[in-house]
Design a protein around this ligand. Structure first.
Ligand code: ADP
Ligand code: MG
Length: 696
């Protein structure tokens, strides 16, 4: 085994490297810029850039890139080499402060949702000093934010950083009210658990649907799926283990603290979780993790599927966003405390999150909406599309007691007086038993479980941070003007519980009763992406994001357009892929098999009358009937696609895709899946579910 502590972060220009390689005053100036967000002077940047380049070249790098996170959901990079030609025909390796701080990629080919008129195609990238530079595949990567020349964010990092600032500002107001003098900053922390499928690459390459859309568009149920429940935490096969080992090593080199790995519920499904970190760094790390999952799988003759639902009827993949709030001194503000004061503070932050999730449930739903995730949310396997919170029975009873001013009956009876008594200890392991909740309190953090596996975690955290910042702002406004802090604090906590407890649900979120109950409580149930997205452009959403300078109104509208377009485009590509597979693969298979059976039938009949031809006749009959229906449904899908062009605005187009195209696709799939069970194996053009799921 390699020396892990030495391996870890060996490709990262981290604090230790900076301290070792930068002159003291430069290091100090850089740190100041990092912690206080002040402007980085060019002379400082020049020294840093040069040190970075020397370090990178020593490690074999020849290029640098401004690495950014456009609205495509994947990262983007353009590589420039360090070479600088000299008069004598040779080159030297150079990297300036200007090149480090700012890049100017052509922005015109990234989604902007109409933000950037074509005449103003320029965008620029700026170094995010809070995220370390690193070397991957011979290139120095500089994590950057991506903006248009007029200053609008074109990426996911900029608004995420803004949302963290918003939360910092409001949470600090609260901490000051509680007399906290140590903390200089409040950050949010995230640990994302990443699910994925791993299949054999040869098999993958035989499925155009997997190649073009990331999911299977056809496929009859395999004889064995996940019903034996023998895969979860099962022992890891050697080929997968070798892949995981290399993946971990590469992640560690890049400073990604990969910690946990195991098999998941479905065959071929696995999970990876890191140790949590600051939200924007955890976001960068999760993007890197998704990239490496794919590239390293490839090296092992495997393919990693990050789609939320690669296989119908088999568990999909999600991402659990474990989230908490912490001071820069490392105090977790969602950890119940040991003193009455800490407890009061904990309760205030707790009810702030409860209120934020209730008030902005629609926006949280928006933040996890995509065509891929529509196959999971509400599909009886993942959390439903209804946002609710799990607190566990003990904590829920405690909040009830506080609300009503009654005694809390834990192990012993306990009169709760906020700011005076200590919270009774509620056992952590009784929290979160059922795991069906979309948003669960797990002892000292919340776990937001609605994210799809392919998501950037930026979006959900932008909403979460901003919503909580807004509630903390409201709380601080009340309490800063209070003349009776303890009394008003108690009232505020009681009022918040009473007004927002409808969002708390500790039962089985997958049950039909919950859907009815949630309706009675007035909670939203936005079943599809198209149902959810309009909430993003509501006045409430615009007020929230503009107040905290996370998005401008223009940015919201542009993102809304991008999300809608993305949904429609995804379905469009899926429909085209289906049509292509049916025409080029499925129909020829049906024809060949029918032909074979017909020939046999004819030969038998030509031989004389004594043979029984039931089998051939039934087969040919069934194939003919299914083939006719196939052609009809194929035509319907093609016509529906043509019709989609008559829709005008992005929302109507998306609705059309959901109501018409998706339905036509499902009907076509039904027939193909039935055909798959009839047509002989040697004619069927694509690997079956069983062949894919058990390919490794
Ligand atoms: P599980 O959800 O499977 O029970 P754990 O509770 O151990 O697993 O943790 C899951 C994830 O939560 C890990 O990535 C872990 O680092 C992260 N986590 C733990 N504490 C925090 C925190 N304070 N803030 C954010 N994430 C956290
Ligand atoms: Mg978890």
């Amino acid at each position: 085994m390699k020396d892990v502590p030495n391996l870890f972060g060996s490709m990262v220009f981290n604090d230790a490297v900076m301290q070792a390689r930068l002159p003291k005053d430069i290091y100090k100036a850089l740190k100041k810029t990092m912690t206080e967000g002040t402007h980085l002077e060019l002379d400082v940047a020049n020294v840093v850039a040069n040190a970075m380049k020397d370090w990178a070249v020593e490690k074999g790098a020849t290029h640098y890139t401004h690495w950014f996170q456009p609205m495509t959901g994947v990262t983007a990079e353009k590589h420039d080499s360090f070479i600088s030609p000299q008069k004598d025909g040779r080159v030297i390796m150079e990297f300036s402060g200007k090149e480090l701080i700012k890049g100017e990629p052509d922005a015109s080919s990234f989604p902007s949702g109409g933000l950037r008129a074509t005449f103003e195609a320029r965008g620029y990238t700026v170094w995010d000093l809070t995220s370390y530079a690193f070397i991957k595949d011979g290139t120095l990567y500089i994590p950057t934010a991506f903006c248009s020349y007029s200053g609008e964010a074109l990426d996911k990092k900029t608004p995420l950083l803004r949302s963290m600032e918003a939360l910092d500002k409001q949470a600090m107001r609260i901490l000051r009210l509680f007399g906290n003098k140590d903390a200089k900053r409040v950050i949010t922390t995230v640990g994302p658990e990443q699910e994925y499928f791993l299949i054999d690459k040869e098999v993958y390459l035989k499925r155009p649907d997997l190649i073009y859309t990331g999911r299977t568009l056809f496929g009859a149920r395999p004889p064995k799926g996940q019903e034996m429940e023998d895969h979860y935490f099962g022992n890891i096969k050697p080929r997968v283990a070798a892949f995981m080992k290399e993946l971990e090593e590469e992640l560690w080199k890049l400073g990604v603290p990969a910690k946990t790995k195991h098999n998941e519920v479905a065959p071929a499904q696995h999970e990876l979780a890191p140790v949590f970190g600051t939200t924007n760094i955890a976001t960068d790390h999760n993007q890197l993790t998704m990239e490496l999952l794919k590239s390293i799988a490839n090296k092992h003759g495997l393919t990693c599927l990050l789609h939320e639902k690669p296989f119908a009827g088999v568990n999909g993949s999600g991402k659990h966003n474990n989230w908490s709030i912490s001071t820069d001194t490392g105090v977790n503000l969602l950890e119940p405390g040991d003193t009455p004061y800490e407890n009061a503070q904990f309760l205030l932050f707790l009810v702030a999150v409860i209120k934020a999730v209730d008030e902005y449930q629609d926006l949280l739903r928006v933040s996890v909406a995509s065509a891929g995730n529509d196959h999971r949310l509400g599909a009886n396997e993942a959390p439903p599309a209804i946002v609710s919170m799990f607190l566990g029975d003990e904590l829920t009873q405690l909040l009830e007691a506080i609300e009503n001013g009654t005694a809390y009956q834990g192990k012993e009876k306990h009169q709760m007086e906020i700011g005076v008594t200590v919270l009774p200890h509620f056992p952590k392991d009784t929290t979160d038993r059922n795991r069906t909740s979309p948003f669960a309190f797990t002892g000292n953090k919340f776990e937001f479980r609605m994210l799809g596996s392919a998501f950037s975690i930026a979006g959900p955290n932008i909403v979460l941070n901003t919503a909580v910042a807004e509630v903390l702002r409201e709380f601080a406004d009340v309490l800063e003007n209070s003349e009776d802090f303890k009394g008003d604090l108690t009232k505020l906590i009681q009022k918040t519980i009473s007004e927002h407890k409808r969002i708390i649900f500790n039962g089985n979120n997958y049950s039909e009763e919950w859907v009815q109950e949630a309706k009675r409580r007035g909670l939203s149930n936005l079943k599809t992406t198209v149902d959810a997205l309009p909430a993003f452009v509501s006045q409430k959403s615009i007020d929230l994001f503009t107040r905290h300078h996370v998005f401008t109104e223009t940015e919201i509208h542009s993102r809304y357009e991008i999300l809608l377009e993305n949904y429609s485009k995804t379905l469009h590509i899926e429909a085209l892929t289906m049509i292509d597979m049916v025409k080029k693969g499925i129909i020829p298979a049906c024809v060949s098999y029918q032909n074979e059976e017909l020939q046999l039938l004819n030969s038998k009949k030509a031989c004389g009358s004594s043979f029984d031809c039931t089998l051939e006749e039934q087969l040919v009959d069934k194939l003919s009937r299914l083939s006719s229906r196939l052609v009809k449904k194929l035509e319907e899908l093609e016509n529906t696609l043509l019709e989609s062009k008559s829709q005008s605005d992005a929302l109507s187009v998306a609705r059309f895709y959901r109501d018409k195209v998706f339905v036509a696709m499902s009907e076509l799939r039904l027939i193909v899946d039935e055909l798959e069970t009839v047509v002989a194996k040697k004619y069927w053009p694509y690997p079956t579910y069983a062949e894919i799921l058990y390919s490794v």
